[in-house]
Design a protein around this ligand. Sequence first.
Ligand code: PA5
Length: 391
Amino acid sequence: MKRKIPYYLKKIHARKQGFYNVIDDEKTISAIQKFARSVRGRFDDIVLLGIGGSALGPITIYQSLKHLFANELPANKRKHPRLHVLDNIDPGLIKDIEDIITYKRTLFIVASKSGKTPETISQYFYFRKKCDEKKLKSSNHFVFITEKGRGLIFDIGSKENIPLFYIPENVGGRFSVLTPVGLVPAALTGVNIAGLILGAKKMRENFLSRSFEKNIPYKIAVSQFLLYKKGINITVLYPYSQRLIKFTEWYKQLLAESIGKANIGITPVNALGVTDQHSQNQLYNEGPNDKFFIFIKVKDLGETIKIPNYIKNLSFNKLFHTEQEGTIQALTHYKRPNIIINIDKVDEENLGALFMLFEASVAFLGELFKINAFNQPGVELSKKITQKLLE
Ligand code: PA5
């Protein structure tokens, strides 16, 4: 396997995908920063209308890098608008969001690569009508993120002078977190997007490296591939960090939708330390040996908080790390394959690196399995059938 990195890299390059080049688009990155500066102070709430790859990236960035109770903070403690992602069309969600926003102080982001996803389009029409009724100018209250030159969202946006940001044609939804899809909401909510890009660029060097030692994305992909051959066809992403809880959701889509094809597939499972120790660990230790565990260990968990009246000098930080060690040692005792990804802390740079790491590892995995990781015929089919049923 060691000799094959250049071979698989060549195969990935041949697919002409943009997920690892889009981070060089400095023009778009500065346009996003400029736009965020230009609307500063005008909005209390950002509502993102989007689903799947157009939602999970923004959710992850916000949840990972902002205050863990960002949306619950009292208004006088908030420096930036709150972000709400409506990645469902449950009428309850549509109705209830209206109880917490004021239209005049809300910016709607419509994110849809195809510009025709029924869920997103219907949401757009709903909130657009509301804004029209309140005489709010569409170009002041909407931002569109879509592919250039096609689709309803592009057409309306260009006609009405609504700010438009583009998703490159060769970047698929679940690989779009480092395009305007992830970067626009991030910049609007005060995230340093340059840091995300920097981290992703550093990890890209690993991805493009021919050295097995350096190529961490390849090492992960090869582990998953070889274990799959032995019947270990589930990957559990298990970070010990409350901040990475949504990252595991993002990865779930990436892995499932990219690799689940032609009767092949690795089932992604998300877990969270320490919470899932008390829910899943029994199964993980003594259940079927069909899972590969990827732990993420975060060295700096923030301020050290001492626990009073318990074990001398113990802090939550120490307890957290010790419990992670305990979980890993127990799994190893039961001969459950596992690896640890160590990061210093959850910040922009490391999150950007993690996005690139897993996108690249999934790209390798596709080539190892000899499948196209970048299409989603199964998703398209259900979209088409729904469209037909509606007609
Ligand atoms: O990864 C994908 O391709 C999908 O999950 C899409 O992101 C999702 O279906 C939404 O599509 P669109 O962005 O075109 O509205």
